[in-house]
Ligand binder design. Structure first.
Ligand code: CTP
Length: 405
């Protein structure tokens, strides 16, 4: 039995020099047991011929959307339904942008839009194109929607430059395709994540809040979902869309968030608090808009509940993970928070520099009783995936179901 036995994979080949490796990808996917059909973009046919891919796949290769004979044999919607997974290799910067935008004016992108199957993307492009914020943002959006990204590798490029952008080797694509069908590390578990800022009302039109963008929390929710968990995301106001497959509960204030968390905690296995909860709220919110009268005003603030500490103190507490945003003595303060709030794990990050609330990258030091793991600077989705793997390992260790310290 091979890792992809009886899996039906649709390989989408987009235009780039790495398309010459597509026949090898097909061969290796078939060696692993998969049935493979190939769709190429018109640009891809300039780098590798449809005939070559037809020979290695043993199937007709399709390129055109409006090909009536091919559509009669297996229409693009049927093709989209036929496959168990979509593998884009190589994925050019242009094709990634098309996927992000949901375009459907060529066969390859139309099939992707019409399919609910999992999507694996193996990017290949010039290193500058790879590092461009547009490409980074496009991929982040696709990952938030549930796509898996494999690579790219670093090295010398066809264009003569050196850097990240080479398509990973065929073996890595086969392994990533097989992983799409493996049960995730959090399969069968329920995860509740808090995210974003809270807003504490002063009157009907004014509030106290903070700069939290919610990006890290949404990435954590998406990563937990990708690892197979059932995820509820309880979020203060952000500009972000709910990650695919995640239940989003929108809240405003810390008290709202606490109430929503309490509602969601039944049968929760893992609680991850990424929200930047306002520590204080106005002692009273005016029912009507406060009018300007020129007088000096004093604002009385009262403490908000500590949602994370509340959850950790419950008799039926789930495995609890907190975040600590610190400007100085990051690790010492974070470890003190781990102990004070009696939580199982804490992810500490340094804020106040270029990384933090609204940045796309982050770096974390994850701490638990007797252990630590530094996670180097990376995009928030990439860090979230690493964090979720650590959480899964520690969760299993804490429940005595395997894992290492
Ligand atoms: N947290 C929470 N409820 C609060 C405050 C914080 O659930 N009222 C959670 C955050 O989501 C985060 C962790 O507690 O996971 C730590 O938040 P942080 O603001 O760094 O810590 P505080 O306890 O507020 O401590 P301080 O502001 O003094 O650093």
């Amino acid at each position: 039995m091979h890792s992809l036995t009886a899996r039906r994979l649709l390989l989408l080949v987009s235009g780039g020099i790495a398309a010459y490796k597509a026949p090898d990808v097909v061969r290796r996917l078939r060696d692993a047991g998969a049935e493979v059909r190939v769709v190429m973009t018109p640009a891809a046919t300039r780098f590798v011929t449809p005939l070559t891919l037809q020979a290695v796949s043993g199937q007709d290769v399709r390129v055109a959307l409006f090909d009536s004979a091919a559509e009669a044999a297996m229409g693009h919607i049927e093709l989209a339904r036929w496959c168990d997974a979509l593998v884009v290799a190589p994925a050019s910067a242009d094709f990634i942008a098309r996927l992000r935008a949901g375009l459907a004016d060529d066969l390859a992108s139309a099939v992707c839009l019409a399919s609910a199957a999992p999507l694996l993307i193996a990017p290949a492009m010039n290193q500058q194109m790879w590092q461009h914020p547009a490409t980074r943002e496009n991929l982040d959006v696709l990952v938030a929607r549930g796509a898996t990204v494999c690579g790219p590798a670093s090295g010398s490029q066809a264009c003569g430059e050196t850097g990240p952008g080479r398509m990973v080797e065929s073996e890595a694509i086969v392994a990533a395709a097989a992983a799409l069908f493996a049960p995730g590390t959090l399969a069968g578990l329920r995860v509740v994540v808090t995210a974003g800022p809270t807003r504490e009302a002063l009157d009907p039109v004014r509030y106290i809040s903070n700069h939290s963008s919610g990006k890290m929390g949404y990435a954590v929710a998406a990563a937990a979902r990708a690892a197979g968990a059932e995820v509820t995301l309880i979020s203060g106001p952000t500009r972000l869309a709910a990650p695919a497959g995640v239940t989003l509960v929108g809240v405003e204030s810390a008290n709202d968030m606490l109430a929503a968390v309490n509602d969601a905690l039944a049968a929760c296995d893992i609680f991850i608090a990424t929200a930047a909860v306002a520590d204080y709220r106005p002692a009273s919110a005016s029912e009507n808009k406060i009018k300007r009268d020129g007088a000096t005003r004093t604002l009385e603030l009262v403490p908000n509940p500590d949602i994370l500490a509340n959850v950790a103190a419950r008799d039926d507490a789930p495995f609890t993970v907190g975040f600590a945003a610190e400007t100085n003595d990051v690790e010492a303060y974070a470890r003190a928070k781990l102990e004070r709030k009696r939580i199982d794990m804490i992810a500490a990050n340094h804020v106040g520099g270029e990384l933090g609330f609204d940045s796309d990258d982050n770096e974390l030091t994850v701490l638990w009783n007797n252990g630590r793991a530094p996670l180097a600077r990376a995009s928030k989705p990439a860090l979230a995936r690493q964090l979720i793997e650590l959480v899964a390992t520690r969760y299993r260790a804490s429940r005595g179901t395997g894992g290492s310290a």
